[in-house]
Design a protein around this ligand. Structure first.
Ligand SMILES: [Zn+2]
Length: 69
């Protein structure tokens, strides 16, 4: 009975690991679509929606333009 329980929990762990790996692989290819902003006032780096040109810094409230690559 204990063996079955251990096998079951190990199987659950493996399934969770596979699921996590699958999820990571699905999201990782290519850079994130979010735009990256760096605050010119306080230097805080943050991201925002891709259709946003100017985003407000959540640390100090000043508005910054997206970093272009
Ligand atoms: Zn700032």
């Amino acid at each position: 009975m204990i063996v079955a329980y251990v096998a079951l929990s190990l199987g659950g762990l493996a399934a969770a690991g596979v699921y996590e790996e699958f999820r990571r692989r699905r999201f990782e290819p290519g850079p994130s679509q979010d735009r990256i902003f760096r605050c010119q006032k306080c230097g805080y780096v943050y991201t925002d929606e891709p259709d946003v040109d100017m985003s407000r810094c959540s640390q100090c409230g000043s508005v910054n333009a997206a970093i272009e690559f």
